[in-house]
Design a protein around this ligand. Sequence first.
Ligand SMILES: [Zn+2]
Length: 284
Amino acid sequence: MKIEKAQVSGNKATVIFSEVEPHMINAFRRSLTVDVPKMAIDQIEIHLGAISDENGRTYESTTPLFDEIIAHRLGMVPVPTDCDELMKGNLRMKADCDCSDVGCSKCQIMFSLNRRGPCTVYSKDLEPLGDEKLKPTDQNIPIVKLTADEGILIYATAHLGTGKTHARWQAVHAAGYRPIPNITIHQDKVKDPERIAGNCPRDVFEVNKKVLKVKDLDACILCRTCEHEDLGGIGAVTVDAKTDRYIFRFETDGSVDPKTAILYTLDRLTEKFTDFEKDLSELK
Ligand SMILES: [Zn+2]
């Protein structure tokens, strides 16, 4: 398995893999989706009773939404996860941390959310207790709308987890791949190059001085419209879908950068297969 090309743009990544079998690329997709850990809010404490502001005015700690809905929305807010520390293995699941379930900087991040209406409460209102850079990067996720005299005071705790447990810990989304085809043009059989190029729904071909050429191979979706016999010659174009090259695309929710997601997944897969090999060798 080789990475021929990797392009990262913001939270999105495109990777071209070569010398790879279909089962390997699928194992990468599955592991990428469920094995990359991230921080997510999974524990909240909602203040009940009156909330006072600095001028002594009191607000009712009530909102138009059930507490469970607010808890769910906070759980889905992408929480920044320190990628350097993650790769060094310095972030821990709460159950595995050496703080004995007390909670420390390796296994949790604490936030406060204190707003009074009338206003819309957004993810940017989550204030980390400690490092300011742990503020949610996606700032404009609406949580709840408060009317006059309504207030909300919440203490939220984020822990490390993986997508295997719950979608709130799924850092990678929309992960998909497809083979990069081999397109062969048999120029001696091409009767109508303009027609072949014009019928391609993804604009893969171009015609230059009446010669049919491949313009954008990555755009090909293997529909094989160009292979149709009535498009200007039997066997003028052949598309070979059997390939060991794949284009892989995915995006993250912003809590983990795509490069870290790729590196972590490759490490995790190596570790899994090494363990499997070791277990097999110990069989009698
Ligand atoms: Zn800890």
